[in-house]
Design a protein around this ligand. Structure first.
Ligand SMILES: *[C@@H]1O[C@H](CO)[C@@H](O)[C@H](O)[C@H]1NC(C)=O
Ligand SMILES: *[C@@H]1O[C@H](CO)[C@@H](O)[C@H](O)[C@H]1NC(C)=O
Ligand SMILES: *[C@@H]1O[C@H](CO)[C@@H](O)[C@H](O)[C@H]1NC(C)=O
Ligand SMILES: *[C@@H]1O[C@H](CO)[C@@H](O)[C@H](O)[C@H]1NC(C)=O
Ligand SMILES: *[C@@H]1O[C@H](CO)[C@@H](O)[C@H](O)[C@H]1NC(C)=O
Ligand SMILES: *[C@@H]1O[C@H](CO)[C@@H](O)[C@H](O)[C@H]1NC(C)=O
Ligand SMILES: *[C@@H]1O[C@H](CO)[C@@H](O)[C@H](O)[C@H]1NC(C)=O
Length: 357
């Protein structure tokens, strides 16, 4: 009887535990919606740009709201004085969420550069002399383009960076952060810091991406810079070229289960024929892969970074297989459920898309 009683109470505890687990799973599951929307119905697309003059107007917001992901670059509100650009970026993230609650939004940050357009970060850095990367005699060092650098070997600096990302994500009700320059673990600085310092700085950069992605959690993304990059759940190829290497890179991202953004180089006019880029993307794309085109910033009523291509509305459907490579001809091919067929010739780096009508 006594034994039985204990037995029963164990079962009750197990039952309570099971119920609790189910409830946690049930209530936790909607937060997966924080991952970007994804569908093969049409080309999945992302937006990454900024309006240097101020907040986007309603027409612009309507267009941006059509993309599945949006990152507002550091140029946001650049020409407005007395407001930190970080706050302009958060305002833009909030505005686009209001226009489309399903869009996933990301806060731009640079992993180590002291960029003047990040006005609050630049000011806070200048208030903390120990946050700068320095050479052996204490001189603040600059990178090749003349930017001072955060000393990422210092855990206090990494915590500062992490807090800024989490704070912006919270205020914007956003979905994570973009981590620019996070591929540069072996960046060069002048004057050159001691080799030992550079080594721990590179390790610090990796630790930063690891700790920030971990702090963001399962449902939010830290967007790094190359497919296969450790720790980050998402990456952006910022100068995506129509080449075999790009296809191989896309497939690498897919094998790592990463969210991948493929961005046409900013030197390319988005209203020109992008077939070669689109075909490269379509051969290698997996689930949660997105295509993008447009300069990092524009001023006034310039809408070129908001270009919505006719191809973005054409029927696609799930792919029938991964891209197939014919080693005799050097041509990749892939068929989609709508009947759309894509070819990419590695001998000429030219693509063909036969859209189903
Ligand atoms: C950029 O910001 C300015 C100031 O808010 C606004 O007048 C302009 O329409 C915006 N441009 C776009 C494309 O939304
Ligand atoms: C957090 O972000 C909000 C919105 O951009 C800003 O007003 C606030 O100053 C930030 N807090 C910190 C500690 O940076
Ligand atoms: C010390 O600082 C000066 C000024 O930046 C620099 O020119 C010099 O190379 C540094 N010396 C050493 C030993 O790093
Ligand atoms: C990076 O993280 C590892 C593991 O947590 C730690 O041992 C190492 O000291 C960290 N590196 C730096 C430069 O902080
Ligand atoms: C293209 O990539 C595939 C897959 O890695 C490889 O087998 C093939 O040799 C590459 N073709 C060219 C022309 O580089
Ligand atoms: C992109 O914007 C930058 C300034 O933000 C400008 O210098 C450059 O010419 C633009 N590129 C194109 C292709 O429009
Ligand atoms: C954008 O156009 C609107 C409407 O014509 C105008 O009111 C506004 O001042 C323009 N913005 C800029 C920054 O030129």
């Amino acid at each position: 009887m006594h034994v039985n009683c204990i037995y029963h109470s164990h079962r009750d505890i197990n039952f309570v535990m099971l119920t609790f687990t189910l409830l946690v799973v049930l209530f936790a599951s909607p937060s997966w919606a924080a991952l970007p929307q994804f569908s093969w119905d049409t080309l999945p697309v992302f937006f990454h740009s900024s309006n240097t003059t101020g907040q986007y107007n309603d027409d612009a917001l309507k267009t941006i709201a059509k993309f599945q992901m949006a990152t507002f670059d550091k140029g946001m509100g650049r020409s407005i004085k007395n407001i930190d650009d970080e706050d302009e970026m958060v305002l833009a993230m909030r505005a686009i969420k209001a226009a489309n609650p399903k869009i996933a939004t990301y806060f731009y940050m640079n992993s180590y550069k002291d960029l003047p357009p990040m006005t609050r970060m630049a000011r806070e850095l200048s208030e903390h002399p120990n946050y700068y990367l320095r050479d052996s005699n204490g001189t603040r060092v600059k990178n090749v383009r003349g930017f001072y650098a955060f000393d990422l070997s210092n855990p206090e600096v990494r915590q500062w960076w992490l807090n800024i990302c989490l704070n912006a994500t919270k205020f914007a009700n956003g979905d994570g952060c973009y981590c620019d320059s996070s591929q540069r673990e072996n960046a060069k600085f002048y004057p050159e810091p001691p080799a030992k310092k550079l080594k721990s700085w590179g390790e610090g950069l990796l630790n930063l991406t690891r700790d920030v992605q971990e702090a963001l959690g399962e449902n939010k993304l830290l967007i790094g810079k190359y497919p296969g990059q450790p720790y980050v759940k998402a990456v952006q190829m910022e100068a995506f070229e129509p080449t075999n290497d790009s296809i191989v890179s896309l497939m690498l991202g897919a094998s790592h289960g990463q969210v991948v953004q493929a961005h046409v180089p900013v030197t390319i006019d988005c209203s020109s024929d992008l077939t070669n880029y689109l075909a490269t993307f379509l051969i290698g794309a997996g689930q949660y892969f997105y295509f993008g085109c447009g300069n990092w910033s524009a001023a006034g009523n310039d809408t070129t970074p908001l270009t919505w291509l006719p191809e973005y509305d054409k029927p696609l459907g799930p792919p029938k297989s991964t891209g197939v490579y014919n080693s005799q001809t050097g041509v990749w091919s892939r068929l989609f459920a709508s009947g759309t067929e894509v070819l990419f010739d590695t001998k000429t780096n030219k693509g063909t898309i036969k859209w189903s009508q």
